[in-house]
Design a protein around this ligand. Sequence first.
Ligand code: ADP
Length: 194
Amino acid sequence: MNIILFGPPAVGKGTQSKLIAKKYNLPQLSTGDMLREAIAQGSEIGRKVSKIMTSGELVSDEIIMDVIKHRLSCNDCASGVIFDGFPRTKSQGESLHKIFMQMGKKIDYIIELSVDFTVLIDRVKARVSQTAPADRRPDDNPEILKKRLEVYEAQTAPVLDYYRGLGKLITLDGALSIESVSDKIFAIIDCKVK
Ligand code: ADP
C-alpha cells in the first residue's frame, strides 16, 4: 500500500505519517527528514541543500528524485511506503508516476490535509515559543513559514490539481485534533483494505 500525505508546511503531515507508519507497518519517506539527515552527516547533498532549506525555497527536483529513487530501492519499501512532503512539484509527481509504472507499483491513497494558513502561522509561533533555540529547525519561524507557504501555493498546490484530475484526491480538515485526523485516515484505509 502506497500513500501520499499532502498539505502545507506545519499542517501535521509528519505527525500523521508516523501514526500511519506505526499502524500499517510501512516506512515513512519524509524528504525533509532525509535532507536534514544529509546535512547532519555533512554529505555532499547536505552541503548543497542546507542554505536553500533555511531560506524556505525548494530543493531541486533532480536532487529530490535521486534521494527518493535511492530510498525506494531499499528492501523495506517493497510492500509500500508513506510519502511525507513529496511530491512537492508537478515534475516530482510526474517522475514518481514514471518510476512507479516501471516498478509495477501504484499509489493507493492521496490524502490532503487542508487548513487555513492563519492557523499554521499561529501553530508555528506557539511551537517556536515552546522550543529551546538549540532544538529549533532553522526554517521553523513565522517569517520563513510565510515564505514556505508562498512556495507551497506557487509550486506545490498545482500538484493537487494533477491528482484531483486523476480522481484520486481525498481532502481532510487539518484543523481537527491529531486523533480525529488519524481516525479519519485509518477509516479510509481500513474501508478499502477490507
Ligand atoms: P514542512 O513539511 O514543515 O514544510 P519538510 O521537512 O517537509 O517541512 O521540508 C523542509 C524543507 O526541505 C522544504 O522547505 C524544502 O526546502 C526541502 N524539501 C523537502 N522536501 C522537498 C521536496 N520534495 N522538494 C523540494 N524541496 C523539499
